[in-house]
Design a protein around this ligand. Structure first.
Ligand SMILES: Nc1ncnc2c1ncn2[C@@H]1O[C@H](COP(=O)(O)OP(=O)(O)OP(=O)(O)O)[C@@H](O)[C@H]1O
Ligand SMILES: O=P(O)(O)OC[C@H]1O[C@H](OP(=O)(O)OP(=O)(O)O)[C@H](O)[C@@H]1O
Ligand SMILES: O=C(O)c1cccnc1
Ligand SMILES: [Mg+2]
Length: 564
């Protein structure tokens, strides 16, 4: 196994494109990360002399997740990194040999030994795009046995990535653009890879930062964090603080006894006009924890205020420390609420901060940041909005990273053509019938600049043209069709891996660029596709020619029943 994470992923120098492709982020992503049947099929293809037949597979999903009408496509870069490094080590070949029945011929393993993805071509929608059911996210072409070996890892790499990026985008949609969204899910994620992937793809889907340090290092994602209840409850009293001096922010003065200074502020607050009667004796061990944290991080003081009593202790204690820091030229960052009624408590905190700004003339104190966490999800965010709240930042873990509302996206990988012969997979369930042929896919935009419809055509059909009317048909429902005169036509599938051919491939953009694409595309969607309750389905269609062909092939392949 390659020690990719510890020593930095292996690199492949793709000279034709002037770019270096790193190896998979996770060293567990090897050619063995597949289902056994991919190897048994590879052997059977090989034995039948079919292994090099040129196959075309589409990777797509059938239904948008979370009851929505859109999905964010993520995971492409990991697929490309995987194919760029696809080959078997001797150990892996020995394991496959020991796993398959002894009757399998030796030459098959020589064949495996020589395999790589130089004969594979991958056309893909750009990562971070808004995508819809049935439209291929990836079209993978190459020798059937090799493409088949890629099925499971590709579906694995795209399924959760796209699901969690979509979940992040949906949380962003409800929270609103102005809120800071922090992903706090590592401890609750499905294992280390779940945690790392969640941090990466939540950032891609529109979160601002993660608490996951390893993800910050691997992907350059902004890191953020506060502190825990354990830190607060670990202090017993202010007497524990031995080093009490704090230098002012500009270094010009030293406050020799920060602890007493904070106590003085607390007394002033207790006696103040606007705050009188709100609180009495605050919890002194909590105050000690806040003071210690401020002494350690005077520029980044953010206090968790719900360990004992938010209004009677946490907020006044925070304010006393923040005001003492303010006297030394430091600006406190804010508070975190992690229990109770987050709408009510955030409003109480805001009132408290405004009163201090007014009474003590501390500029901007009223705008001190309020972070909320505790089992948040789309519904609670929506509810908080309806009630009215004063939260500036949300820390979200469990529901976000485990995709609590829907655990899988149901991505599939289907053969659509072999040796230039279109293939179809039939099903009693029409939504499961595959769309045959090597296809091109386009997004057509309307007058108002919104995407109107995605259309799939046969590979050799002329592309839709701006200003030219084109008939868009539902792939399976005869009566659903519409003419569209596109104002803009965007071809969706671009070459991201061209094997050893001379075809130019697209660069793999940095994660920040993918995130910007995602945010930008979501912004340009028609609002009724985006709403949470009963969103309008986005139309996915095929050309008239492809429609006719699908139904010709369907009739051709389906046996005619006989009534007795
Ligand atoms: N104003 C609100 N409207 C709707 N849901 C809220 C509101 N405030 C908090 N919540 C949610 O309500 C749930 C409260 O959780 P829970 O019943 O475990 O209480 P708690 O406040 O965490 O108590 P504990 O002190 O035990 O931690 C959380 O999921 C939280 O996100
Ligand atoms: O609630 P989530 O969306 O998963 O966000 C992450 C949670 O993790 C921490 O809780 P902790 O591990 O201390 O557990 P607890 O709050 O459930 O006691 C933090 O205080 C958040 O509440
Ligand atoms: O930094 C935090 O406040 C944090 C990080 C992870 C989980 N809960 C909280
Ligand atoms: Mg919690």
């Amino acid at each position: 196994m390659e020690a990719a994470v510890a020593n930095g992923p292996k690199k492949v120098d793709d000279k034709r494109n002037g770019g270096v492709i790193d190896g998979p982020t996770n060293p567990m992503v090897t050619p063995l990360l597949t289902d056994l049947y991919q190897f048994t099929m590879a052997y059977a293809y090989w034995k039948a002399g079919k292994h090099d037949e040129r196959a075309v597979f589409d990777l797509y999903f059938r239904k948008n997740p979370f009851g929505g009408e859109y999905t964010i496509f993520a995971g492409l870069e990991d697929c490309i990194r995987f194919v760029a490094h696809f080959n078997f080590t001797e150990d892996e070949i020995a394991f496959v040999r020991a796993t398959l029945p002894p009757s399998c011929e030796d030459s098959f393993f020589d064949y495996l030994r020589g395999l790589d993805c130089s004969d594979i071509e991958i056309y893909s929608i750009s990562e971070g795009s808004v995508v819809f059911p049935k439209v291929p996210l990836l079209r993978v072409e190459g020798p059937v046995a090799v493409v088949q070996l890629l099925e499971t890892p590709f579906v694995n790499l795209i399924n959760y990535a796209s699901l969690v990026a979509t979940n992040a985008a949906r949380h962003r949609f409800v929270a609103g653009k102005s809120k800071l969204l922090l992903e706090f899910g590592l401890r609750r994620a499905q294992g280390p890879d779940g945690g790392i992937s969640a941090s990466k793809y939540c950032y891609m889907g529109g979160f601002d930062a993660t608490s996951n340090v390893a993800a910050g290092r691997l992907f350059g994602i902004p890191l953020r964090g506060t502190h825990s209840h354990a830190f607060v409850s670990s202090f017993l009293s202010p007497d524990e603080i031995l080093e009490k001096s704090l230098c002012s922010c500009d270094g010009s003065t030293v406050c020799e006894d920060f602890v007493s200074w904070v106590q003085t502020w607390l007394s002033k607050l207790k006696r103040s006009k606007l705050l009188a009667g709100i609180f009495g004796e605050t919890n002194q061990s909590e105050l000690a924890a806040f003071m210690s944290y401020a002494l350690a991080f005077p520029n980044n003081f953010l206090a968790l205020v719900d360990t004992y009593d938010v209004v009677r202790s946490g907020i006044p204690n925070f304010c006393a420390v923040a005001l003492a820091l303010n006297d030394l030229g430091y600006k406190a960052q804010g508070i975190r609420l992690d229990s109770g009624d987050l709408a009510y408590l955030s409003c109480e905190a805001r009132k408290f901060f405004h009163s201090i700004e007014t009474e003590f003339g501390v500029p901007d104190f009223g705008r001190t940041s309020i972070t909320a966490s505790n089992d948040l999800n789309e519904e609670t965010l929506d509810d908080l909005n309806k009630q009215g709240h004063e939260v500036d930042a949300f820390g979200i873990g469990t529901h976000l990273v485990t995709c609590y509302a829907q655990p899988a996206l149901g991505v599939v990988f289907k053969l659509v053509e072999i040796n230039n012969q279109p293939r179809i997979k039939l099903s009693e369930d029409v939504s499961k019938v595959s769309i045959p042929c090597k296809k091109r896919c386009y997004r057509l935009y309307g007058k108002e600049g919104y995407p109107l419809v995605d259309i799939m055509t046969g590979e050799n059909e002329p592309s839709p043209k701006v200003g030219e009317r084109i008939l868009c048909r539902h792939p399976f429902n005869e009566s659903k069709r519409a003419y569209v005169v596109p104002q803009k036509v965007e071809e969706l599938l671009k070459c991201y891996w061209s094997g050893s051919s001379d075809r130019r491939r697209e660069e793999l953009p940095p994660i920040k660029e993918i995130r910007d694409r995602c945010i930008d595309q979501l912004d340009r969607m028609r609002p009724d596709h985006m709403r949470r309750l009963n969103p309008t389905p986005y139309k996915v269609s095929v050309s008239a020619k492809l429609y006719d062909f699908i139904h010709f092939l369907w009739l051709n392949e389906a046996p005619v029943g006989e009534l007795q």
